[in-house]
Design a binder for this molecule. Structure first.
Ligand SMILES: [Zn+2]
Length: 243
């Protein structure tokens, strides 16, 4: 049986004398590992599609979930401009790590596949390197939402009250707390989000990435959101994640 799907290269590992295992995030099967025979000897066979981040149409022999062989592929987009800037390569690498660490299962997750493809395309296109930090933060927020881990920042995460909301974020409760609940929580660190930071966390999953040029956020307020979301994700998944 042969199977085909679209997939993005997440990692490459040498195997034996000449082969490589390639991890793909696919549209139809989620994250899978595929054996590319002779990939180290013959680059031509796989037409340059086995580099990190390449978006391909792949054709497999064998069960996609059980380490199939890669028969052939055609490159849809290799994101050449992304590779010209170190900052872009670094961000693409982080995004790939978040996905490999949090969504490493052969289960169809087409919205995560779309988020990954869209994020790589935006990284490639972005001319203002400062805006990459916003893309990084929004990517994380959206991925967390897709994984069912959206932080609660519209009401108190403990009592769901709407009044006297303070910006104090409690990792344990998974969101911000009101003035009544805050003193009862145990904070390892004081994590505070101001109203515009809370708003970003709340609406990130509804922002239309197709209108990326219209999305903006003050750079100086971004870093703490990014750091907090990374802490939040690590806390709830017990997985180390890059900032
Ligand atoms: Zn409360």
């Amino acid at each position: 049986m042969t199977y085909s799907s679209r997939g993005i290269v997440l990692s490459i590992e040498n195997f034996g004398e000449a082969d490589r295992y390639i991890q793909f995030f696919t549209k139809d099967w989620g994250m899978i590992s595929v054996l590319a025979k002779s990939a180290r000897k013959s680059k031509r066979r796989y037409v340059g599609g086995l580099d990190l981040f390449c978006h391909n149409e792949i054709f497999l022999r064998g069960d996609p979930k059980d380490r199939p062989y890669l028969n052939e592929l055609s490159v849809l987009n290799s994101f050449p401009k992304l590779r010209e800037e170190l900052d872009k390569v670094l961000l693409a690498g982080k995004i790939v790590q978040w996905i490999t660490r949090l969504a490493n299962t052969p289960t169809p997750m087409p919205s995560i596949y779309s988020l990954l493809g869209q994020s790589l395309a935006l990284i490639e296109k972005e001319q203002n390197l400062e805006k990459l930090e916003l893309l990084n933060t929004i990517f994380k927020l959206r991925l967390l939402c897709l994984l069912g881990l959206k932080p609660r920042v519209d009401v108190c995460a403990k009592c769901e009250g709407k009044d006297d909301i303070e910006g104090v974020f409690d990792l344990n409760s998974g969101g911000i707390l009101c003035r009544l609940c805050a003193p009862k929580a145990n904070f390892a660190e004081n994590l505070v989000l101001n109203p515009s930071q809370r708003n970003l966390v709340n609406i990130a999953d509804q922002l239309k990435l197709s209108h990326w040029d219209e999305i903006s956020f003050p750079q100086e307020l971004l870093f703490s959101v990014n750091r907090l979301m990374t802490q939040f994700a690590s806390f709830h998944t017990q997985v180390q994640l890059p900032l």
